[in-house]
Design a protein around this ligand. Structure first.
Ligand code: ATP
Ligand code: MG
Length: 490
């Protein structure tokens, strides 16, 4: 360790020499001594000592207090004052230069040593803290997410440039303001209001996430969709000192998510096309045959009402199929509305019936007719049922049973539960952990995008529901989905 160097500032030469001797005896280095304030500032700049021992009363224009202030602000070198008379006015003046200690003359060598050690230690610690602060501040300034932190009263204490860009508020105007004025959020549910979430984060010390559909209302009243979390900031004793909000613009993610959802749906529909074509072909053949027979009967004057009834029935079958396909393929509506889960299941299965027939799959419905209507985005619930049933059928290439059950399940909140069970090949244990990952598929090229279950999970989470499954090799798989009856209703 290099010796600690101490610049001595003392206008009485004999005392200065005395102090220098004591310091050197104690193991310190004295690079220079100064007799005036001006000299002290100059030598501090030239010698960069670790510490300055400064007599308060110096001859000349600049006394010790002024010199210490200049040294502290210019070079960030800690100063210890030496004084024979510590009168109140001088101490008050001296305080401004943030001294690291006082020594009353005359002093013992031991006192001198303790004072220097404390001052050097304190200064090093302060430098470390400043570096850590600088490090954190630079890090928060450069990250791509918005960061706002508050004290325990919800007053903004920090805001990074991304938070400025997202909220439209400049840090200098927002600091000291109430968080609720700057971070205005519109959420689909009252329990998800920022006031509530921030209170929960602060009072219960929890990290909470804002709901999927949250929108930030910017300073100019425009809105931007955001995803974020709110976490408590704790002091060393674990008391909550405030909260930190980390948030990001999710418009791009949402657009990409919507594209993926659409792509996956299109791909699944593509796979349905063959069975659909087959299913349409049958009634069309009947229609054409009966139309020809009607033509012949018309020429011979026979009653042919039966023929027209058959044509009408078969044409209606075609129409229904085409209608289901159109409904399923339309661009999704994304509003939450009241809908009937059993009805959604029945209409989805109409779509899958042709395929079930082709693969010799028996569809068994066990629907609880007493379940209440649920608040949900209908098209998205349909996509979940479609994806799960489609996967089930893919697992039963040699035929089997697809069983769909619904019931009411309450555990604190009221849920509707759907089970999609198959008697297929099961999900191998080694891939069970991966099935919800985007693009994970065991199907051959062109058969699956590997997005079906990812999208199911995303949709279900959006509705604050849950999805899980149980599977056994060669026995089959059951997916169990729960949707809250009141999914995030305002
Ligand atoms: N009921 C099931 N039985 C057996 N395996 C299944 C079942 N459901 C899902 N899997 C497995 O999970 C994988 C991922 O399913 P996911 O629905 O996400 O994608 P995919 O069906 O392969 O493709 P996509 O649904 O995008 O057309 C499947 O490839 C399959 O291996
Ligand atoms: Mg799938």
């Amino acid at each position: 360790m290099p010796k600690v160097s101490v610049l001595v500032v003392e206008d009485e030469r004999l005392i200065a020499r005395d102090i220098q001797n004591s310091l050197e005896k104690l193991g310190y280095r004295v690079p220079a001594t100064a007799a005036t304030g001006e000299d002290a500032v100059k030598l501090a700049g030239e010698k960069s000592p670790d510490l300055v021992l400064m007599d308060i009363t110096l001859k000349g224009n600049m006394d010790g207090v002024d010199a210490a202030a200049a040294i502290h602000s210019k070079f960030d070198i800690p100063v210890i004052f030496l004084t024979a008379h510590a009168d109140k006015a001088t101490v008050e003046r001296a305080k401004i230069s943030e001294p690291y200690g006082y020594l009353l003359k005359p002093f013992e060598e031991r006192e001198l040593q303790i004072c220097i050690e404390i001052a050097v230690y304190k200064h090093r610690m302060e430098q470390k803290i400043r570096n850590v602060e600088r490090w954190f501040s630079t890090m928060f300034k450069s990250i791509g997410d918005g960061v706002i932190s508050t004290d325990k009263n919800g007053i903004i204490r920090f805001m990074n440039p991304m938070a400025e860009a997202l909220t439209g508020w400049e840090s200098k105007e927002a600091l000291g303001m109430d968080l609720m004025k700057v971070f205005r959020i519109e959420t689909p549910s009252a329990s998800q209001s920022p006031e509530n979430l921030i209170r929960r984060a602060a009072e219960e010390g929890l990290v909470v996430d804002l709901s999927y559909d949250s929108r930030l209302i910017r300073k100019d009243d425009t809105q931007v969709p955001i995803g974020d979390s709110i976490a408590p900031i704790r002091d060393i004793d674990d008391n909550v000192m405030g909260v930190v909000i980390v948030f990001r613009d999710t418009s791009r993610e949402k657009r990409i998510g919507a594209i993926y959802e659409r792509l996956q749906k299109m791909s699944a529909m593509g796979q349905l096309a063959a069975s659909m074509a087959h299913e349409l072909n049958n009634p069309l053949t009947v229609i054409m045959g009966f139309a020809q027979s009607a033509l012949k009967k018309a020429q011979s004057g026979v009653d042919f009402s039966v023929v027209f009834q058959t044509i009408d029935r078969e044409a209606n079958r075609c129409k229904r199929l085409v209608q289901e396909l159109l409904t399923f393929s339309r661009t999704e509506k994304t509003e939450m509305a009241s809908c009937n889960l059993n009805e959604i299941i029945e209409s989805t299965l109409q779509l899958l019936e042709p395929r079930a027939k082709m693969s010799e799959i028996e569809i068994c419905l066990d629907l609880d007719r007493s379940i209440p209507e649920m608040t949900a985005i209908r098209d998205q619930v349909q996509q979940v049922i479609f994806n799960l049933s489609h996967n089930a059928m893919d697992a039963m290439l040699k035929g089997g049973q697809l069983i769909i059950r619904t019931c009411l399940k309450s555990n604190g909140q009221v849920n509707v539960q759907i089970e999609v069970e198959d008697t297929g090949k099961g999900i191998p244990t080694e891939v069970q952990a991966n099935v919800f990952e985007p693009f994970f598929t065991t199907k051959e090229m062109g058969k699956g995008t590997g997005l079906g279950l990812t999208i199911c999970k995303e949709i279900i989470q959006r509705h604050n529901g849950t999805i899980k499954f149980a599977s056994k090799a060669e026995k089959g798989t059951t997916f169990t989905v729960k949707f809250p009856v009141q999914a995030a209703v305002p």
